[in-house]
Design a protein around this ligand. Sequence first.
Ligand SMILES: [Zn+2]
Length: 162
Amino acid sequence: MEEGFSLGVFLKKFGTPEKCLDTILNLRFPKGVYCDKCTAISKFYKVEGRPLYACSCGFQISPLAGTILEKTTTPLQYWFYAIFIMSTTRSGVSAKQLQRMLEVTYKTAWRMFKQIRMLMAESGGGMLDGIVEVDETFVGGKGKNRAFCQVSNSLDSYSHFP
Ligand SMILES: [Zn+2]
């Protein structure tokens, strides 16, 4: 595990699906969300109980659309934790270890492991050579739906933790 890792910091930032979703929303739309109906950048509000955000006019967007998280039934914080673990563990983590850490089925762990590893490879393999870049970018999705999941970027404060 990287120095400075703190589960407390992680939970504070990503302890609930809402926090994870908020992070993804902000990473995908750093300049604010454009509303197709209002044809302007607008304030979007979380839709209760669904992974969606809505403009006051009723237009809705899904921050997960086009990402590896779009159809997942595994809680988002598990994904964030897996990405975090996999990108900050120098010696690497196996799917089996992931299964134990997350307490999910091996099938789920393996699927997450495979997809996260693919993202890590796509993002340049910077994390795979043992040097963890805290501002490394994880990218999911294809083409214009490419979604950013800069988990470690959002976690950058942990590296400054005492
Ligand atoms: Zn609107």
